[in-house]
Design a protein. Sequence first.
Length: 268
Amino acid sequence: FRLNDKKADIIIWIPNFYSTKYWGNDNFIKDFSTYLALKKENNYVSIFVHKNIGNFRNKKIFIFASAFSDVFSFDNYTKTFLYITQELEMQNNIVFPSSSELKFWENKSYMHDRFEEFNINTPKTIMYNLGIDINEILKDYSFPFLIKEEHSCSSKGVHKVNSKEEFCTLVKTKNFKKMNSKIICQDLLKMTKDLRVIFVGNKVVVHYWRINLEKEWRPTTTGNGSKVDFDFFPLNLEKYLVSVNKRLELKTSAYDIIFPSDIICRCF
C-alpha cells in the first residue's frame, strides 16, 4: 500500500490509521476495498494518515466520515467532517462524498427536512425544539413512539419511549441535550423487517431484507442480530426509488424501506 504520497491524484484519508479503535471495527474494510478497486483501474492513489488534510488542492479525496474515524473529539463530529469537506472543495478538490451528500449522513434533521421538501413518504415524523412541553408532543403522538437523535446511525440514537417518564428521563440527560438541538419524534410502525436498497448513481447495486427474529419490536439493523435475506426484490419499487434518488440529487445513497404490518405494497 502506498502511504502519504502527496503526489497521488487520489487520496483516501484515514486520520485514525494507527488507532486500535480503527482496526477494531469494519471501517478498514471499506477503506482498503476502495483503495484496491481504485488501484485495479490503474489510478494513482495513496492512503493519507495525517491530520493535515487541508494541505491538498486539486485532488480527488475520499473521506469515510463516522464516529469511528473522528480524531478531533468535538461533540458534533458530523459538523467537523462537513466543515473539512467544504473547505477542501473550496480548494478545488473533489471530495467523496461531497458536502451536499454528507449533510444527509447521520443528520436526521436535515434529512427529514429534505424529505418533506420533496414530498418523500416516511412514517409521520415531527421535529420539536429541545425543551418543549411533553404535552404539546402528546397532541400529535400517543405512546409508544420513537425518538431519534439528530446525529445517529446503525440504530444508535433510536429510542422507543413508552411513557412520559421514559420520555422526560431521555431528553433531560446531559448527553442528549449536548448532542441535540431538536427532538425528532416518529410513529412506531408495526413491522418485523425492512428492505435496505443501495444506489450508486441512479442504479440499484445491492438490496437485502433485514428481519427481526424477536417477538418484541427493535431496530432491524444487523448489529442487533437481524436475519439477512438477499433473495427477493420487489421490482415495481425500483422506479419509485429512482425518482426519489433523482429528486435528492444523490450520487451514492441507501434507503430503508418499510411496509406497515409487513404488507409489501404493490402500488408504487
